[in-house]
Design a protein around this ligand. Structure first.
Ligand code: BQF
Length: 293
Protein backbone atom coordinates (compact mmCIF):
# COMPACT_ATOMS: atom_id res chain seq x y z
CA UNK A 1 0.00 0.00 0.00
CA UNK A 2 1.23 3.48 -0.86
CA UNK A 3 -0.41 6.40 0.94
CA UNK A 4 -1.00 9.31 -1.41
CA UNK A 5 0.51 12.36 0.28
CA UNK A 6 -1.80 15.17 -0.81
CA UNK A 7 -0.19 17.58 1.59
CA UNK A 8 3.29 17.10 0.15
CA UNK A 9 2.08 17.04 -3.46
CA UNK A 10 0.11 20.24 -2.91
CA UNK A 11 3.26 21.93 -1.53
CA UNK A 12 5.19 20.92 -4.63
CA UNK A 13 2.45 22.25 -6.91
CA UNK A 14 2.18 25.48 -4.89
CA UNK A 15 5.91 26.05 -5.51
CA UNK A 16 5.28 25.62 -9.24
CA UNK A 17 2.34 28.04 -9.06
CA UNK A 18 4.42 30.58 -7.11
CA UNK A 19 7.05 30.51 -9.89
CA UNK A 20 4.34 30.96 -12.51
CA UNK A 21 2.83 33.95 -10.68
CA UNK A 22 6.31 35.45 -10.33
CA UNK A 23 6.84 35.12 -14.09
CA UNK A 24 3.51 36.81 -14.79
CA UNK A 25 4.53 39.68 -12.50
CA UNK A 26 8.00 39.93 -14.12
CA UNK A 27 6.38 40.14 -17.54
CA UNK A 28 4.16 42.99 -16.33
CA UNK A 29 0.98 40.90 -16.45
CA UNK A 30 -1.98 41.25 -14.15
CA UNK A 31 -1.48 39.82 -10.65
CA UNK A 32 -4.21 37.20 -10.20
CA UNK A 33 -6.88 38.33 -7.74
CA UNK A 34 -9.29 35.99 -5.92
CA UNK A 35 -12.19 37.01 -3.70
CA UNK A 36 -13.94 34.67 -1.28
CA UNK A 37 -17.38 35.59 0.03
CA UNK A 38 -18.15 34.08 3.44
CA UNK A 39 -21.70 34.34 4.75
CA UNK A 40 -22.14 33.72 8.48
CA UNK A 41 -19.78 32.01 10.90
CA UNK A 42 -19.91 28.28 10.25
CA UNK A 43 -16.62 27.06 11.80
CA UNK A 44 -15.84 24.60 8.98
CA UNK A 45 -16.45 27.30 6.35
CA UNK A 46 -14.22 29.72 8.30
CA UNK A 47 -11.45 27.11 8.20
CA UNK A 48 -11.86 26.49 4.48
CA UNK A 49 -11.80 30.20 3.63
CA UNK A 50 -8.70 30.65 5.82
CA UNK A 51 -7.02 27.77 3.99
CA UNK A 52 -7.75 29.45 0.66
CA UNK A 53 -6.50 32.85 1.80
CA UNK A 54 -3.30 31.33 3.22
CA UNK A 55 -2.63 29.41 0.00
CA UNK A 56 -3.08 32.59 -2.06
CA UNK A 57 -0.60 34.46 0.13
CA UNK A 58 1.88 31.64 -0.22
CA UNK A 59 1.90 31.71 -4.04
CA UNK A 60 1.57 35.47 -4.53
CA UNK A 61 -2.08 35.60 -5.60
CA UNK A 62 -3.89 38.66 -4.27
CA UNK A 63 -6.88 37.67 -2.20
CA UNK A 64 -9.57 39.19 -0.05
CA UNK A 65 -12.35 37.75 2.05
CA UNK A 66 -15.70 39.51 2.12
CA UNK A 67 -17.48 38.61 5.36
CA UNK A 68 -21.23 39.02 5.37
CA UNK A 69 -23.67 38.51 8.23
CA UNK A 70 -25.72 35.31 8.44
CA UNK A 71 -28.84 37.55 8.27
CA UNK A 72 -28.00 39.02 4.83
CA UNK A 73 -30.94 38.78 2.42
CA UNK A 74 -30.72 36.86 -0.84
CA UNK A 75 -31.14 40.11 -2.74
CA UNK A 76 -28.24 41.78 -0.94
CA UNK A 77 -26.03 38.77 -1.60
CA UNK A 78 -27.00 38.79 -5.28
CA UNK A 79 -26.09 42.49 -5.40
CA UNK A 80 -22.66 41.66 -3.97
CA UNK A 81 -22.21 38.96 -6.62
CA UNK A 82 -23.12 41.47 -9.31
CA UNK A 83 -20.61 43.95 -7.92
CA UNK A 84 -17.86 41.30 -8.09
CA UNK A 85 -18.91 40.30 -11.61
CA UNK A 86 -18.32 43.91 -12.67
CA UNK A 87 -15.13 44.64 -10.71
CA UNK A 88 -12.25 44.53 -13.21
CA UNK A 89 -9.57 43.91 -10.56
CA UNK A 90 -11.34 40.67 -9.49
CA UNK A 91 -10.35 37.80 -11.80
CA UNK A 92 -12.37 35.16 -10.01
CA UNK A 93 -14.46 34.72 -6.89
CA UNK A 94 -16.16 32.05 -4.86
CA UNK A 95 -19.16 32.14 -2.58
CA UNK A 96 -18.32 29.68 0.19
CA UNK A 97 -20.94 26.94 0.54
CA UNK A 98 -23.13 25.97 2.30
CA UNK A 99 -25.23 29.16 2.49
CA UNK A 100 -27.86 29.84 5.19
CA UNK A 101 -31.24 28.13 4.61
CA UNK A 102 -33.07 31.35 3.63
CA UNK A 103 -30.81 31.75 0.58
CA UNK A 104 -31.31 29.73 -2.62
CA UNK A 105 -27.82 28.38 -3.34
CA UNK A 106 -28.56 27.59 -6.98
CA UNK A 107 -29.73 31.19 -7.60
CA UNK A 108 -26.43 32.49 -6.25
CA UNK A 109 -24.38 29.98 -8.27
CA UNK A 110 -26.17 31.05 -11.45
CA UNK A 111 -25.66 34.75 -10.69
CA UNK A 112 -21.86 34.37 -10.90
CA UNK A 113 -20.42 35.33 -14.29
CA UNK A 114 -19.13 32.03 -15.76
CA UNK A 115 -15.88 33.86 -16.65
CA UNK A 116 -15.24 34.50 -12.93
CA UNK A 117 -16.67 31.20 -11.66
CA UNK A 118 -13.41 29.70 -10.38
CA UNK A 119 -15.39 27.13 -8.34
CA UNK A 120 -16.72 25.76 -11.66
CA UNK A 121 -20.24 25.39 -10.24
CA UNK A 122 -22.12 27.49 -12.81
CA UNK A 123 -24.19 25.43 -15.29
CA UNK A 124 -22.17 26.91 -18.16
CA UNK A 125 -18.92 25.59 -16.71
CA UNK A 126 -20.49 22.24 -15.72
CA UNK A 127 -21.98 21.88 -19.20
CA UNK A 128 -18.71 22.76 -20.91
CA UNK A 129 -16.89 20.28 -18.68
CA UNK A 130 -19.30 17.49 -19.63
CA UNK A 131 -18.79 18.31 -23.32
CA UNK A 132 -15.00 18.28 -22.87
CA UNK A 133 -14.72 21.99 -23.73
CA UNK A 134 -12.37 24.37 -21.89
CA UNK A 135 -14.00 25.18 -18.53
CA UNK A 136 -13.20 25.91 -14.92
CA UNK A 137 -13.30 22.47 -13.31
CA UNK A 138 -14.76 22.04 -9.82
CA UNK A 139 -11.81 22.08 -7.41
CA UNK A 140 -12.20 18.72 -5.68
CA UNK A 141 -12.67 16.62 -8.85
CA UNK A 142 -9.80 18.48 -10.55
CA UNK A 143 -7.62 17.88 -7.47
CA UNK A 144 -8.37 14.16 -7.55
CA UNK A 145 -7.40 13.89 -11.23
CA UNK A 146 -4.21 15.89 -10.63
CA UNK A 147 -3.33 13.48 -7.83
CA UNK A 148 -3.84 10.41 -10.05
CA UNK A 149 -1.77 12.04 -12.78
CA UNK A 150 1.16 13.01 -10.54
CA UNK A 151 1.29 9.53 -8.99
CA UNK A 152 1.23 7.98 -12.50
CA UNK A 153 -1.78 5.87 -11.56
CA UNK A 154 -3.11 4.00 -14.59
CA UNK A 155 -6.81 4.70 -15.16
CA UNK A 156 -7.35 3.65 -18.80
CA UNK A 157 -9.97 0.91 -19.09
CA UNK A 158 -10.28 0.58 -15.30
CA UNK A 159 -13.54 0.12 -13.43
CA UNK A 160 -14.06 3.32 -11.45
CA UNK A 161 -16.81 3.41 -8.84
CA UNK A 162 -17.93 6.75 -7.42
CA UNK A 163 -19.84 6.64 -4.14
CA UNK A 164 -22.01 9.76 -3.95
CA UNK A 165 -23.78 11.95 -6.52
CA UNK A 166 -23.41 15.54 -5.27
CA UNK A 167 -23.14 18.38 -7.79
CA UNK A 168 -19.81 19.40 -6.26
CA UNK A 169 -17.99 16.05 -6.23
CA UNK A 170 -19.81 12.86 -7.29
CA UNK A 171 -21.39 14.03 -10.56
CA UNK A 172 -18.40 15.97 -11.89
CA UNK A 173 -15.72 13.45 -10.86
CA UNK A 174 -17.68 10.59 -12.45
CA UNK A 175 -17.88 12.64 -15.62
CA UNK A 176 -14.17 13.47 -15.68
CA UNK A 177 -13.19 9.84 -15.09
CA UNK A 178 -15.21 8.74 -18.11
CA UNK A 179 -13.80 11.36 -20.48
CA UNK A 180 -11.36 10.39 -23.24
CA UNK A 181 -8.41 11.81 -21.32
CA UNK A 182 -5.53 10.79 -19.05
CA UNK A 183 -6.46 10.37 -16.25
CA UNK A 184 -9.85 9.17 -17.49
CA UNK A 185 -11.04 6.54 -19.96
CA UNK A 186 -12.60 4.56 -17.12
CA UNK A 187 -15.78 2.52 -17.05
CA UNK A 188 -17.63 4.54 -14.43
CA UNK A 189 -20.39 3.48 -12.05
CA UNK A 190 -22.03 5.97 -9.71
CA UNK A 191 -23.58 4.60 -6.51
CA UNK A 192 -25.87 6.36 -4.04
CA UNK A 193 -28.41 5.80 -1.27
CA UNK A 194 -30.78 3.85 -3.55
CA UNK A 195 -28.15 1.58 -5.12
CA UNK A 196 -28.93 -2.13 -4.90
CA UNK A 197 -26.19 -4.69 -4.29
CA UNK A 198 -23.59 -2.08 -3.37
CA UNK A 199 -21.22 -4.83 -2.19
CA UNK A 200 -21.20 -6.49 -5.63
CA UNK A 201 -20.52 -3.18 -7.37
CA UNK A 202 -17.71 -2.24 -4.97
CA UNK A 203 -16.09 -5.67 -5.32
CA UNK A 204 -15.25 -4.81 -8.95
CA UNK A 205 -13.88 -1.32 -8.33
CA UNK A 206 -10.26 -0.84 -9.44
CA UNK A 207 -10.57 2.83 -8.50
CA UNK A 208 -12.95 3.78 -5.71
CA UNK A 209 -13.82 7.43 -5.12
CA UNK A 210 -15.80 7.91 -1.92
CA UNK A 211 -17.79 11.13 -1.51
CA UNK A 212 -20.97 10.17 0.29
CA UNK A 213 -20.54 11.99 3.61
CA UNK A 214 -20.86 9.00 5.94
CA UNK A 215 -17.99 8.72 8.39
CA UNK A 216 -15.88 5.54 7.99
CA UNK A 217 -18.58 3.91 5.84
CA UNK A 218 -16.13 1.99 3.63
CA UNK A 219 -14.57 -0.95 5.45
CA UNK A 220 -11.89 -3.42 4.30
CA UNK A 221 -14.39 -6.16 3.38
CA UNK A 222 -15.98 -3.80 0.81
CA UNK A 223 -12.76 -3.08 -1.10
CA UNK A 224 -11.14 -5.13 -3.86
CA UNK A 225 -7.55 -6.23 -3.25
CA UNK A 226 -5.18 -3.71 -4.89
CA UNK A 227 -7.81 -1.01 -5.45
CA UNK A 228 -6.97 2.71 -5.56
CA UNK A 229 -9.05 4.36 -2.82
CA UNK A 230 -9.73 8.11 -2.87
CA UNK A 231 -11.45 9.44 0.24
CA UNK A 232 -13.28 12.76 -0.18
CA UNK A 233 -15.14 12.65 3.18
CA UNK A 234 -14.41 15.17 5.93
CA UNK A 235 -15.91 14.73 9.39
CA UNK A 236 -14.86 16.71 12.45
CA UNK A 237 -14.97 14.80 15.69
CA UNK A 238 -13.97 15.80 19.21
CA UNK A 239 -10.63 14.55 20.41
CA UNK A 240 -8.66 15.13 23.62
CA UNK A 241 -5.48 14.04 21.83
CA UNK A 242 -5.13 17.13 19.62
CA UNK A 243 -4.30 20.76 20.45
CA UNK A 244 -7.42 22.04 18.73
CA UNK A 245 -9.73 19.57 20.45
CA UNK A 246 -10.82 18.25 17.03
CA UNK A 247 -9.69 15.64 14.61
CA UNK A 248 -10.72 14.78 11.06
CA UNK A 249 -12.05 11.46 9.77
CA UNK A 250 -12.98 10.41 6.25
CA UNK A 251 -15.65 8.25 4.62
CA UNK A 252 -13.16 5.36 4.60
CA UNK A 253 -11.88 3.35 7.58
CA UNK A 254 -8.28 4.15 6.69
CA UNK A 255 -6.51 1.86 9.17
CA UNK A 256 -8.19 -1.29 7.90
CA UNK A 257 -8.63 -0.39 4.20
CA UNK A 258 -4.95 0.58 3.81
CA UNK A 259 -4.00 -3.10 4.02
CA UNK A 260 -6.00 -3.91 0.89
CA UNK A 261 -5.46 -0.82 -1.25
CA UNK A 262 -2.58 -0.26 -3.69
CA UNK A 263 -2.93 3.50 -3.11
CA UNK A 264 -5.06 5.29 -0.55
CA UNK A 265 -5.59 8.93 0.41
CA UNK A 266 -5.62 9.86 4.10
CA UNK A 267 -7.89 12.39 5.82
CA UNK A 268 -6.57 14.92 6.57
CA UNK A 269 -3.75 15.48 4.10
CA UNK A 270 -5.22 13.70 1.07
CA UNK A 271 -7.78 15.25 -1.28
CA UNK A 272 -8.34 18.42 0.82
CA UNK A 273 -5.05 20.16 0.08
CA UNK A 274 -5.38 19.27 -3.62
CA UNK A 275 -8.77 21.02 -3.69
CA UNK A 276 -7.10 24.26 -2.62
CA UNK A 277 -4.42 23.91 -5.32
CA UNK A 278 -7.10 23.50 -8.02
CA UNK A 279 -8.74 26.74 -6.93
CA UNK A 280 -5.39 28.53 -7.26
CA UNK A 281 -4.95 27.09 -10.77
CA UNK A 282 -8.43 28.21 -11.80
CA UNK A 283 -7.69 31.71 -10.49
CA UNK A 284 -4.53 31.98 -12.60
CA UNK A 285 -6.42 30.65 -15.63
CA UNK A 286 -9.06 33.37 -15.03
CA UNK A 287 -6.50 36.17 -14.77
CA UNK A 288 -4.79 34.99 -17.95
CA UNK A 289 -8.06 34.59 -19.87
CA UNK A 290 -7.21 30.95 -20.56
CA UNK A 291 -10.75 29.63 -20.60
CA UNK A 292 -12.85 32.43 -22.10
CA UNK A 293 -10.19 34.74 -23.57
C1 BQF B 1 -6.70 18.56 4.68
C2 BQF B 1 -15.42 21.42 1.80
C3 BQF B 1 -17.30 20.04 2.39
C4 BQF B 1 -18.18 21.09 2.15
C5 BQF B 1 -17.69 22.31 1.71
C6 BQF B 1 -7.11 20.71 3.49
C7 BQF B 1 -9.34 21.54 3.14
C8 BQF B 1 -9.83 20.46 3.84
C9 BQF B 1 -8.98 19.49 4.33
C10 BQF B 1 -10.23 22.58 2.59
C11 BQF B 1 -13.99 21.65 1.62
C12 BQF B 1 -13.00 20.57 1.89
C13 BQF B 1 -13.56 22.92 1.26
C14 BQF B 1 -7.62 19.62 4.17
C15 BQF B 1 -12.11 23.27 1.14
C16 BQF B 1 -11.62 20.91 1.35
O1 BQF B 1 -5.55 18.86 5.02
O2 BQF B 1 -7.11 17.40 4.69
C17 BQF B 1 -7.96 21.67 2.97
O3 BQF B 1 -10.03 23.74 2.89
N1 BQF B 1 -11.26 22.27 1.72
C18 BQF B 1 -14.54 23.92 1.00
O4 BQF B 1 -14.20 25.06 0.66
O5 BQF B 1 -15.84 23.66 1.14
C19 BQF B 1 -16.32 22.46 1.55
C20 BQF B 1 -15.94 20.19 2.22
Amino acid sequence: MEPIDGKKLSSTIKEEIAREVEEIKQAGGKVPHLVAVLVGHDPASETYVNNKEKACNKVGIESEVIRLEESISQEELLNKVDELNNDPKVDGFIVQLPLPDHIDEQKVIEAVDPKKDVDGFHPVNMGRMVLGLPAYLPATPAGILEMLKRYNIETEGKDCVVLGRSNIVGKPVANLMLQKTTPGNCTVTVCHSRTKNLEQVLAKADILIVAMGKMEFVTADMVKEGAVVIDVGIHRIRSDKTKSGWKLKGDVKFDEVKGKASYITPVPGGVGPMTIVSLLKNTIAASQGRIYG
